[in-house]
Design a protein around this ligand. Structure first.
Ligand SMILES: Nc1ncnc2c1ncn2[C@@H]1O[C@H](COP(=O)(O)OP(=O)(O)OP(=O)(O)O)[C@@H](O)[C@H]1O
Length: 237
């Protein structure tokens, strides 16, 4: 029979347990989080001063970095124990990511960049273009941009395309790092409304990193990374 703890854990989207990360093996200091849990469909605004480890945490959650010890469970799966290949597959199918560098392929069109994300997640291509158009429209980008090479867009436009690419598979988990930094106030508010709408519609769990405290109003949970990090057992950065 399942225990009450098992039942609670089954509803967790993210479950971090004693995670240690070091950028270099001999590094004295380490990134350490003892425990952090997020329920399915929870939205968190993650804040912290520059260099406090927000991007490191997102990279661990996205599987770009792997912990030296401890475990990261995502959607009930032991994500940090997967092989690199299994992690890539899991990411493509369940995670949307928007990093500070947008990682668009510059010589491919906007549509191809978005289609590629859908392809890796095995989404049916038939519906991809219509949904991409809908997303770009809500992000205040013209439909004509779909045919343009991603490398020819402005930084603000690239940022919005990266967001559309992250949302195209309606991911269960969405990790975004400063997604509004290149947007003006009107595009920023439109983006936030779209993001919340899509997260609501798909019960997406969102970890949203930003320095912009104005954006805190869109979130039920606010976390300062300082409160997550602990020095027990290791020396902090
Ligand atoms: N590739 C790397 N190699 C070595 N150290 C790194 C690397 N990336 C980050 N660090 C260090 O890890 C610490 C946390 O950096 P991180 O980028 O996670 O912080 P952050 O809170 O996201 O900062 P910012 O708000 O400026 O983006 C910093 O001391 C940084 O110098």
């Amino acid at each position: 029979m399942k225990s009450a703890a098992d039942a609670i854990n089954a509803n967790l989207a993210i479950n971090i347990d004693r995670v240690v990360h070091r950028y270099e093996a001999r590094e004295q200091s380490a990134f350490f989080i003892e425990q952090w849990q997020l329920a399915s469909a929870e939205r968190v605004f993650l804040h912290g001063e520059s260099g406090s480890g927000k991007t490191t945490l997102l990279n661990l959650l996205a599987g770009v970095l792997t912990p030296e010890s401890g475990s990261i469970e995502l959607l009930g799966q032991a994500f940090s124990s997967l092989t690199a290949r299994q992690r890539d597959k899991f990411r493509a199918q369940h995670i949307g990511v928007v990093f500070q560098q947008f990682n668009l392929i510059p010589y491919l069109s906007v549509l191809k960049n978005i289609q590629l994300a859908a392809y890796f997640a095995n989404e049916k291509q038939g519906n991809v273009q219509a949904f991409a158009e809908q997303l770009l429209d809500k992000l205040q980008l013209p439909k004509t941009i779909l045919k343009q090479a991603a490398g020819t867009l402005s930084v603000g436009q690239q940022q919005r395309v990266a967001i559309a690419r992250a949302l195209i598979n309606r991911p269960e988990l969405l990790f975004v790092d400063e997604p509004t930094s290149a947007l003006d106030a009107s595009a920023r508010d439109a983006f936030m409304e779209l993001l919340i709408e899509i997260c609501d519609a798909s019960s997406t769990t969102l970890v949203f990193v930003s320095h912009d405290l104005y954006l805190r109003r869109f979130f039920e949970t606010f976390v300062d990374i300082k409160s997550l990090r602990s020095s027990e057992g290791v020396t902090e950065c």
